[in-house]
Design a protein around this ligand. Structure first.
Ligand code: SAM
Ligand code: GLN
Length: 372
């Protein structure tokens, strides 16, 4: 039963027993049980009440009718009665703040408004997201409320990506620092990492090169997952390399190094076991239509080649040949409709295509080839 119906029901009940201010009285009862200010009741009119709350309301109404006393009097005389709530219920208040935050994000058409609001609350309150509801009966300080409001504004009105607000994001189970200098690592890219791990399972001391490493997400997760590997991540952006190095630190990835290089320019080693890349692949035409979070905040140079989307595939397919040992692998992430053309390009160069991998939605995500 929703709050509005409960108010109506309680009012009618008191009316039946000739209470003069039946609406006011029923509102007082309900607001005391729910711990919501009376003036805020109607902004929560769709709230579902728990059985326990409904029972409490019923008990107080019964008492009022039986004793023919209004709410204030009943409360005064029954201070010790357990069914009359005392003390503040923070959970209710916090739920209202959460609900308002979700509404605010929805107003600005933020996809997954609830999830994002929960992420922000759990980040600010330092409670794990899946344990948020269990630990929600805490007093949120005014300072934290201010931070929450500020974050909601950035996520809602300004449509800043959640990940830049939180400044951290998980990739392949590893924490990654992220800010506007790097592309936010996507869960889609975990497919590429997964495939590379499989490829290298039987290699003894694999050497891996990650072109366009950004936050270092691919390089670091491969470094952690592939035992005894040595990984080099390169990027043209100095800002990205700073972030990647901070991620090396927090993940204690000693076998991973980062280097500034325009593609293969500064790379000397020529016998890699794997060259992997998630290059900027969005065609300029499509870049214009991206979501405000992506277009407004993520580095343009990480997303688009400012051309047809194939520039980096061509260059890397061409040049990687000289940096791989015979039998080594080239692995790409591809955009939703690019797999076929990239596979053809690789075959033309002499690579044998060994896998084309789709995500759970059936979209082709990774192309893997072998230098034969
Ligand atoms: N590897 C990261 C990931 O998967 O989350 C980031 C990939 S992001 C799509 C592409 C990266 O390529 C960006 O960090 C960008 O700075 C870098 N990049 C762009 N042009 C480059 C070039 N000519 N040489 C090296 N890196 C380049
Ligand atoms: N997958 C990213 C996106 O669609 C693009 C990353 C890239 O260009 N490699 O937002």
């Amino acid at each position: 039963m929703k709050l509005l119906e409960i108010i109506k029901f309680s009012k009618e009940y008191l009316e039946k027993y000739s209470f003069s201010k039946s609406r006011l009285e029923s509102e007082k009862v309900i607001s005391s049980v729910l711990g919501i200010e009376r003036i805020n009741l109607y902004s929560n009119f769709e709230m579902e009440l728990t059985t326990d709350e409904k029972l409490k309301i019923k008990k107080i109404l019964l008492k009022m009718v039986k004793q023919n006393k209004d709410f204030d009097e009943v409360i005064k005389e029954n201070k010790k009665i357990d069914e009359i709530p005392n003390g503040k219920d923070f959970k209710k208040e916090n739920l209202i703040l959460l609900r308002k935050s979700i509404g605010y994000l929805k107003k600005y058409k933020v996809p997954n408004a609830r999830l994002d609001a929960e992420y922000i609350f759990s980040h600010v309150l330092k409670i794990k997201r899946n344990a948020l509801m269990l630990n929600f009966n805490i007093e949120i300080t005014e300072k934290d409320k201010d931070i929450i409001r500020k974050y909601m504004y950035r996520r809602g009105k300004r449509r800043e990506p959640l990940q830049y607000i939180l400044k951290e994001w998980e990739f392949y189970g590893y924490p990654m620092n992220v800010d506007e200098r790097v592309l936010i690592p996507r869960s889609d890219t975990e497919i590429l990492v997964e495939e590379c791990i499989k490829l290298l399972a039987s290699e003894k001391f694999p050497k891996i090169l990650d072109i366009g490493t950004g936050s270092g997400a691919i390089a670091i997760s491969l470094g952690k997952q592939v035992v005894q590997s040595e990984v080099l991540g390169v990027d043209i952006s100095e800002g990205a390399l700073e972030v990647a190095n901070s991620n090396k630190e927090i993940n204690l990835a000693r076998n991973v190094e980062f280097l500034k290089s325009d593609l293969f320019e500064n790379i000397n080693y020529k016998s890699y076991d794997l060259v992997v890349s998630n290059p900027p692949y969005i065609p300029l035409e499509e870049y214009e239509g991206l979501m405000p979070e992506v277009k407004g905040y993520e580095p343009k140079g990480a997303l688009t080649d400012e051309g047809d989307g194939y520039y980096f595939y061509k260059k890397i397919t061409e040049e990687s040949w000289d940096y791989l040992r015979k039998g080594g692998y080239l692995a790409f992430e591809v955009g939703y409709n690019q797999g076929e053309k990239v596979a053809q390009m690789m075959e033309k160069k002499g690579y044998e295509i060994i896998a084309r991998v789709s995500d759970y939605g059936g979209i082709e995500r990774a192309i893997l080839g072998k230098k034969v």
